[in-house]
Design a protein around this ligand. Structure first.
Ligand SMILES: Nc1nc2c(c(=O)[nH]1)N[C@H]1C(S)=C(S)[C@@H](COP(=O)(O)O)O[C@H]1N2
Ligand SMILES: [Mo]
Length: 201
């Protein structure tokens, strides 16, 4: 016999408090992307910081792997309405990427760029201060290709489309320039708690 409240659709209060508006909790880890996984070879993998078109720092996988490591655990939220709790990531924080390069952010915005030519825009303030990393590990293992390995951006406080998979670099831009989904009607900022899914939300 089903008891209402245990098998119903309404989640328990502790879950509801952690779910941004319009989201539901999932236990699995959906895969979402615009095309096939790009082929990435660690020998030719590069991560490049650019000031506009100009490269200012390029790292090989070996150099990137020698940077200080950061861990983050918590909840992630996709604009397609799934949220996943207690995810565990490890990688290199945005702060450490800049500090090790001896760089200060040259502008207030950037575009994260993927090996599949995906782009997404972010304010620098949302990456700095320990709020974002280039992640290489998920749940203790190297990130599988489906989830953006060998390295993906992780910006967990914004909708997950901002967390570019197969990230190949960050391009600082003078203005807030729309990326792939933002050009197609998605919100320029994407705060799940303010339900900023689409332009005008
Ligand atoms: N390079 C790249 N990154 C991407 C995407 C993509 O198509 N290409 N899709 C985005 C979208 S819409 C989402 S919801 C998440 C999905 O990440 P997941 O497949 O690990 O769940 O990746 C984001 N990052
Ligand atoms: Mo998405």
């Amino acid at each position: 016999m089903a008891t209402r409240g245990f098998t119903g659709r309404r989640p328990p209060e502790a879950t509801r408090e952690r779910l941004p508006p319009g989201q539901y909790l999932t236990q699995d880890f959906p895969v979402l992307q615009i095309g096939p996984n790009p082929r990435i070879d660690l020998d030719t993998w590069r991560f490049t910081l650019r000031d506009g078109p100009k490269p200012v720092k390029t790292r090989t996988w070996e150099a990137f792997s020698a940077l200080p490591r950061t861990r983050w655990g918590g909840d992630i939220h996709c604009v397609t309405k799934w949220s996943k709790f207690d995810t565990a990531w490890e990688g290199v924080s945005f702060d450490d990427l800049l500090a090790d390069a001896g760089l200060a952010a040259p502008t207030d915005f950037l575009l994260a760029e993927g090996y599949d030519d995906y782009t997404t825009n972010l304010p620098v303030a949302d990456l700095a201060g320990g709020r974002a990393m280039v992640a290489t590990h998920y749940d203790g293992d190297p990130i599988p290709p489906d989830h953006g390995g060998p390295a993906r951006l992780l910006v967990p406080h914004l909708y997950f489309w901002k967390s570019a998979k197969w990230v190949k670099g960050l391009r600082f831009t003078r203005k807030d320039e729309a990326g792939f989904w933002e050009l197609r009607g998605y919100h320029m900022y994407g705060d799940p708690w303010r339900e900023q899914r689409f332009t005008g939300d």
